[in-house]
Design a protein around this ligand. Structure first.
Ligand code: CTP
Length: 489
């Protein structure tokens, strides 16, 4: 087996050598894992036990896997397990073995380095370029793609330092998988749970096959993307879904929003390098690499948004927030035998209007308006009344737009009076156009991080009538997420 030190980063350059390296697991599958040399880093978190399953799946796929455990990881799992299941004995120390430079050997020979779970400490050290131990040194010594699977408590995951570190790593081409939302250590529940082993292995396969998220970005995931990371350094807060206002423990006042447009916005923004917080009232799975805060009611959404909006560069209110809620919710089920109930309603806080009032200089506030008639007039009225910079109007009665559709068509109304139509397309494409418009506004104000100078999609150049159609060519990875946005009531 012959490998050169300067071999290209792409795994494709290693195909022939992989066949020689062979898969220790003897998997018959000739998929992307077959013969791939994988360094599996495991750090010290409670999710370390799940790395055993990741190891098994990788080996089953035909990969040659070298487990590298940090010292803290060995407090949670035993090296014997990893040595027994791995293709080579588990490595833990920079200086303990026969080789004086194990990290360069591991790093140079790897086709991909996977870290699962990746603790906040590992993320921070890697972002800072600190080679604190064998795994940290291997990460710096490799030119292979790196897949990081963070897992930590919600508070740590949401910490701006952790998000900034991940943003830095993403901007360097590191693939970040998860975390999921669910049960955490100590009986807590929330964002920060290690992605499922199957999802991690699928992501590794995609990276090896050249179709991973980074590869997709490289193909120009979104209009205006520069190397796919044109939103790097920006903090974007997105809301999604329809809030539910309880009437009693089994009934609520709701709306038809699914949250797909908002989730698509969060997903695309994260892929383009932004640090994204998604406040969602939707049951959709949280997008990868996004801090997701689940809410149910308009009041919960208002709290979650207003407590986080201060530091955001862009806030996008795609949620369908209830305008009214029952004054009181019955603590027990209302029964027919009680007679026809009279439900008194009271108004909720208009979060978008509040954001407009609180907006700090440079911040961009984007609202939505899902309308059934006089869409543009109503959208303009909302833009003015709520003090937004941009309102995304969609006429939900138009074919292919609005509820229960995989596609959408919107008109962007700018406070300057300009109008941009975004033609019918997958919701990810619509999301990209909205983000481009927000970035263009940020740039006009000289705020934000480093938006691409070539990102000139939906920059409003026209007057109050329809302006130029932005270049919104569909992205190969578009999933065409579902229905509406705005507040359909
Ligand atoms: N919105 C909000 N808080 C509310 C209601 C709406 O922040 N309590 C936001 C929505 O997220 C959306 C925008 O305001 O970005 C417009 O919502 P929409 O329902 O279309 O307008 P409303 O102001 O509620 O007016 P109406 O329902 O009468 O059309």
């Amino acid at each position: 087996m012959r490998r050169t030190r300067e071999r290209p980063r792409s795994h494709r350059a290693t195909r022939s050598s992989r066949a020689i390296a062979g898969g220790a697991g003897g998997g018959s599958d000739r998929g992307p894992l077959h013969g791939a040399r994988v360094v599996l880093g495991v750090t010290g978190g409670i999710a370390a036990y799940k790395a055993v399953e990741v190891l098994r799946l990788l080996v089953d796929g035909g990969a040659h896997v070298v487990p590298v455990l940090t010292r803290a990881a060995t407090r949670f799992v035993g090296t014997a397990t990893f040595s027994a299941l791995g293709s080579e004995p588990c490595e833990t120390e920079l200086f303990a073995g026969a080789s004086p430079i194990p990290h360069t050997r591991l790093g140079q020979l790897a086709d991909v380095v996977v870290v699962a779970p990746a603790t906040a400490r590992l993320v921070g050290e890697y972002a800072a370029g600190i080679a604190a131990d064998l795994l940290g040194a291997t990460l710096l010594a490799t030119r292979a793609p790196v897949v990081l699977c963070p897992a930590m408590h919600t508070e740590m995951w949401e910490h701006p330092a952790v998000q900034a570190n991940l943003s830095t790593l993403r901007s360097r081409g590191v693939h970040v998988v998860g975390p999921d939302t669910g049960r955490l250590a100590g009986g807590d529940s929330g964002a920060g749970r290690l992605a499922a082993p199957e999802s991690i292995v699928a992501a590794v396969e995609a990276v090896l096959a050249g179709t991973g998220p980074g590869a997709a970005r490289g193909r120009g995931a979104a209009p205006g993307a520069r190397g796919g990371q044109d939103l790097s350094g920006l903090e974007i807060l997105v809301t999604a879904g329809g809030t539910r206002e309880p009437i009693d423990p089994v009934r609520f006042l709701g709306n038809r929003s699914s949250g797909r447009q908002g989730h698509a916005l969060a997903e695309v923004a994260a892929e383009r390098g932004a640090a994204v917080v998604l406040v969602t009232a939707s049951d959709l799975a949280p997008p990868a690499g996004v801090v997701t805060v689940s809410v149910e009611t308009a009041a919960e959404l208002a709290d979650a948004v207003l407590s986080r909006s201060g530091s955001a560069d862009v806030v996008v209110m795609a949620a369908a927030v209830a305008d009214f809620r029952p004054v009181t919710a019955s603590p027990s089920k209302i029964h027919k035998s009680d007679g026809v109930p009279e439900i008194r309603l009271e108004p909720t806080l208009d979060v978008l209007a509040e954001l407009g009032r609180r907006r700090r200089p440079g911040q961009v506030v984007v609202g939505f308006a899902a309308e059934t008639d006089h869409a543009i007039e109503r959208g303009r009225a909302k833009l003015a009344a709520k003090g937004a910079d941009l309102v995304v109007v969609n006429d939900v009665t138009e074919p292919g737009a609005g509820f229960a559709h995989e596609t959408n068509a919107v008109t962007l109304l700018f406070a300057s009076g300009a109008t941009v139509e975004v033609p019918l397309g997958p919701k990810r494409t619509i999301a990209a156009a909205i983000l481009d418009a927000a970035v263009a506004l940020l740039r006009e104000r000289g705020a934000g991080a480093s938006p691409s100078p070539s990102s000139a999609p939906a920059t409003p150049t026209s007057g109050p009538t329809s302006g130029p159609r932005p270049q919104t060519s569909p992205h190969p990875g578009d999933r065409g997420a579902g229905d509406e946005q705005g507040a359909p009531r």
